[in-house]
Each structure stands twice: as C-alpha cells, then as structure tokens.
Design a protein around this ligand. Structure first.
Ligand code: SAM
Length: 340
C-alpha cells in the first residue's frame, strides 16, 4: 500500500535517529556547552524500532536511513542493522555517521546487511576539524572512510557542509579527496535548522557559488539527469567524476520530499523544520493494536502540507530557526535529536 500527502508526495523514506547523543560538537549543529538529553528509558529498543518500521513499510516506506546524534554511539548497532536488513520491503538501508567510530565497525555493519554509508567530513585539515567539532579525531574519520570503502558497501558518500570563512576554500580539495577515496562528495548548504544557533545567511555558500568554484577548476560540469527524490542534485566533471549539491537553503526540494523522521524516543516528524510531531512510542508501549498505530501514521501523512524549507525562503531578516531557550525546553527541535 502506498499513501500520499496533500501535495501528492508519497511516504517512502524514513530517517531513524537511534540516539540523540553525539561525540562531536560541530559549530553548525551543536555549538552550545550544555544539552538536554532524552531520558534513557524513553529511547526505543531495537524491537520497537523494528515494529514501527513494519508499520511504515505497510504504508509504502522502502528506504530507511539510520542517523542521530551519532548512530555509532548506540550499543550494538549492527544488531539493529541485521534486524532491519531482514525486512524484504526495505530495499535500501543506509547510515549517516561522522565516521569517528567507523573504522572498527565498518565490516560488521556491512556483514549485518547495511547497503550504503554516508560519512560527514567538512575539512581535510586536522586543526580545522578540531576547531569545528571540538574533538581531535580527524585521522580516525579518514580511517573510517577507508574502512568503509574496503568493506564493499554499494556506495560510500561524503557529506560536507560548506560554511563561508570556515571551509569554503576546501571545495576542490574535498572533491579530489573523494575521487581518491572512491566516495562521491555532496556539498550541503548551511541550513538554519533547529540547533544551528550560530546560523546567518552571510555564512551560507549557495549552490551557484559552489558550482562556480568547481567550474573554475575543472571546466564545465554537466548536470546528471535522473529521476530521483534524493536531496542532492548531481553533476559530472569532464573526467566523469560525479558530485552532488544539497541546496536546501537557497533552492529547496520540498516539492518532491518523501522523507520523514523518527526520533530515538519515538516522536515522528514530517518535515525537518516542523515544530510539532506525532508520538508513536506512547501507543506502542501502551500496547495499542498495530492497526491503530498504522492509522495514526497514515492519517498524519495524508494531512501533511509541510514545505518547511520553502517557507523559510519567504522569511525576511532570516535568522536561526529556533531560539536557544526553546531548544532547552524541547530538545526534539534540535537537528541532532531529529536526525539530520
Ligand atoms: N552524526 C552523524 C553525522 O555527523 O553524519 C549523523 C547526524 S548529523 C545531524 C547528519 C548531517 O546533518 C551531517 O552531515 C551534518 O553535517 C548535517 N548538519 C547538521 N547541522 C547542519 C546544518 N546546520 N546545515 C546543514 N547540514 C547540517
């Protein structure tokens, strides 16, 4: 069965945050000193995640991405991967990680049935990495990418958030690195999501500028023409190397967005920018029948009108989406809770 929202968008992609904890403190995501964490007893167990994925699959979800927080901080993540990989309706099972703990885990994740992996890497400079993330772990991330490339995943990607005055001089070096590492690089525009309390429009390097930098170095790039609801627009360099740009800030892709997000404690959000979500843990733990929870999911999706990133385009004097005190009151508004 497949269901559509008010704009005809199917429910197809589910991003599952398996923990709100992270071992990095990236300046564009978790810049504060202190955070309010989700209570441990409220974190979904693997069987609970599996049960919810079955209900989502009943309604058309066929792609699942595990994220966080940092998903590799979740104890025994390969066991969850194994559980989800055994579900034939989930055609695509992917993971987004900061890579710090990836090197020793890559083989076990692949063996457990994970299809694809995306590693976030914003800089090739160890000192800059430390300044940006507050952890001296750059070498470990590069080892993680090498281990993933060797483990035989269907694809390894590198996601880099480009920020003016921070790493905007590394667009070409990151492309070169990705080419050598066998990983497609995707440049992400800096987004004013919850948690990005230091965001300013001046720090956004727009897609047009990223393309101009690449063309100045490599010559004309060709758009890759494909039917896809993936967030990245892909391009090809004259030598055939491909890369992507996720331009959520200046050219959002709300019209084709089939993604929704489940937090580690079972709140379900239908837009990265949404201020309200639907509690699925409550009914699940109260023993509600599957049909009832499925109907709750279906009803909420069929009412979905969200076009959060497009609405942000119309805001004058655009600043950080959620003020710091609101994030403290409700950590569900944080990108690291919601799963980027
Ligand atoms: N810890 C994992 C990681 O680093 O990939 C998964 C969670 S992280 C929130 C997912 C992605 O969101 C990362 O690629 C990160 O760079 C991106 N992200 C976080 N804050 C962002 C922002 N303000 N703008 C754009 N991307 C952001």
């Amino acid at each position: 069965m497949s269901i559509a929202d008010r704009h005809g968008r199917p429910l197809r992609n589910l991003r599952i945050s398996v923990t709100d904890r992270c071992n990095l403190r990236c300046a564009y995501c978790m810049p504060e000193k202190e955070y309010v964490w989700l209570p441990r007893e409220e974190i979904l167990r693997f069987e609970e995640i599996g049960a919810l994925v079955d209900l989502f699959a009943d309604l058309g979800v066929e792609r699942v991405r595990l994220t966080g927080g940092e998903p590799l901080l979740r104890h025994d993540l390969p066991a969850l991967v194994r559980l989800l990989a055994a579900k034939p309706r989930i055609r695509d099972l992917a993971l987004t990680t900061n890579g710090v703990l990836l090197a020793p885990a890559a083989r076990a994740l692949r063996d457990a049935g994970l299809h694809r992996i995306t590693v976030s890497l914003d800089t090739l400079q160890p000192d800059r990495f430390k300044e940006l993330t507050r952890l001296d772990a750059h070498a470990g991330v590069l080892e993680g990418i090498a281990a993933a490339a060797a483990a035989g995943f269907a694809s390894v990607k590198i996601d880099a958030v480009v920020i003016r005055g921070c790493n905007d001089d590394e667009i070409v070096p990151l492309l070169e690195y990705g080419r050598g590492a066998g990983a497609e690089v995707r440049f992400i525009e800096y987004m004013d999501v919850g948690g990005a309390t230091r965001w300013s429009f001046a720090a956004v390097v727009p897609r047009s500028e990223i393309l101009a930098v690449v063309e100045r170095r490599y010559g004309r790039v060709e758009p890759v023409v494909e039917e896809s609801s993936a967030p990245a627009d892909r391009f090809r360099l004259p030598d055939g190397t491909t890369f992507g740009i996720i331009s959520s800030t200046t050219a959002p892709f709300c019209a084709s967005c089939d993604r929704s997000r489940l937090t580690a404690d079972g709140m379900w959000y239908r837009c990265l920018y949404a201020l309200d979500g639907t509690d699925l843990r409550g009914p699940l733990r109260a023993g509600a029948p599957a049909e009832e929870i499925r109907a709750r999911i279906a009803g909420a999706w069929q009412e979905r009108t969200d076009r959060g990133a497009e609405e942000r385009l119309r805001v004058r004097g655009r600043e950080a989406l959620v003020p710091r005190d609101a994030l403290v009151r409700d950590p569900h508004l944080e990108m690291h809770t919601r799963g980027g």
